[in-house]
Write a protein that binds this ligand. Structure first.
Ligand SMILES: Cc1cc2nc3c(=O)[nH]c(=O)nc-3n(C[C@H](O)[C@H](O)[C@H](O)COP(=O)(O)O)c2cc1C
Length: 335
């Protein structure tokens, strides 16, 4: 399959781009395939812990899966250069086209091990991880970061400069500090300072939910693209809508039939990826979000039906309920 590497001159999208953010527990390979099929410029895997991946953990293998994705970007997390290098080699051997390094995750479980955004407190270590990853593979490497650890240490520009010196291909900046977690608003203007400090392409991230947001975000951040996270849960097609809008195409909402087909595909894929029992449980967060989207499109659905859709452990029932859900939408009025 031809790889479609962003900023390589071989991509089918030219900047400004709209990408799907990596989200642990959310952006499984099926969701990434769907987002890309609907036109997302690129998609990134869930974070994969480098040591677990190298030790052969099944969960990591599934997270790093990229079958059917023409630009398969695996996000690695870790704090040990050797594990990162080994994991990058393994990801390359397993078909990755780009390695993204996680320097933005705020979770205590991750920062407690000095990985994720904790690396923004130790830029020398962050640099060694980039260096080791770059040396281990011939693949392009990107880095995802926050603005800094807290308001007193806004060092994303410094990290970006060091990443550039080590040949990183692009960086993504979430416009919050680690200590903000997801509170407050992402600071899109602050991303412009990072952009000014490097000649690398920069992707702006944080609170982008629509084409209008994306346009404002690009004008304030001066970035080369936007990355959409939470807004894509329940509507993975939104990233492609934004990408097409940014490319100047006539804006078009995704039709109900397209949404329904995507939801069915995602549900079936989850059952085959994780097996029926775990797949059904894994699917619930997606189904809850797809249900909200369908209701916003005019589906008529009771609380009792919601409960059944989200708690049934019989996949035949869930499939039937999904069909009925979309039948309740008056397609002349929707979208
Ligand atoms: C449930 C969830 C899981 C996430 N997992 C990851 C991850 O694995 N790697 C990563 O770099 N960021 C992760 N993030 C952060 C997102 O990629 C993104 O930076 C953040 O949500 C801000 O973008 P948004 O406002 O568009 O959601 C996660 C966010 C959420 C909500």
């Amino acid at each position: 399959m031809q790889s479609n590497i962003p900023f390589s001159g071989r991509a089918d999208h030219t900047p400004p781009l709209a990408a799907l953010a990596p989200m642990s527990g959310v952006t499984d390979v099926s969701m990434r395939r769907i987002a890309r099929r609907f036109g997302a410029s690129f998609v990134v895997s869930e974070m994969v812990a480098s040591d677990d991946y190298v030790r052969g953990s099944e969960e990591s293998r599934v997270r790093a899966e990229g079958e059917g994705i023409d630009c398969h970007i695996v996000q690695l997390a870790g704090r040990d250069p050797e594990w990162m290098a080994e994991a990058a080699r393994l990801a390359e051997a397993n078909g990755a086209h780009v390695i993204d390094i996680n320097m933005g995750c705020p979770a205590k479980r991750v920062t407690g091990g000095f990985a994720g955004s904790a690396l923004m407190r130790d830029l020398d270590l962050a640099e060694r991880l980039i260096e080791a990853t770059r040396a281990a593979t011939s693949l392009p490497v990107s880095v995802k970061m926050r603005l800094g650890w807290d308001d007193a240490s806004l060092n994303a520009s410094e990290l970006a400069r060091r990443a550039e010196a080590h040949g990183v291909s692009w960086i993504t900046v979430h416009g919050r500090t680690r200590c903000q977690f997801y509170k407050g608003e992402a600071d899109w203007r602050a991303i412009a300072e990072v952009k000014h400090s490097v000649s690398l392409p920069v992707i702006a991230n944080g609170d982008c939910t629509s084409l209008d947001d994306a346009k404002t975000m690009l004008s304030l951040s001066k970035a080369d693209g936007v990355m959409v996270g939470r807004a894509a849960l329940g509507q993975p097609w939104v990233v492609g809508q934004i990408a097409r809008g940014l490319a100047g195409e006539v804006y078009r909402e995704t039709e109900i039939k397209e949404r329904q087909d995507a939801v069915n595909q995602h549900y079936d894929d989850l059952l085959s990826i994780y097996g029926v029992e775990i797949g059904i449980r894994h699917a619930r967060k997606h189904l809850a979000a797809y249900l909200d989207d369908a209701i916003a499109q005019g589906a008529k659905w009771s609380e009792a039906e919601r409960l059944e859709l989200l708690t049934s452990s019989d996949h035949h029932i869930v499939t039937k309920r999904l069909a009925r859900l979309y039948d309740t939408i008056d397609r002349r009025e929707a979208a």
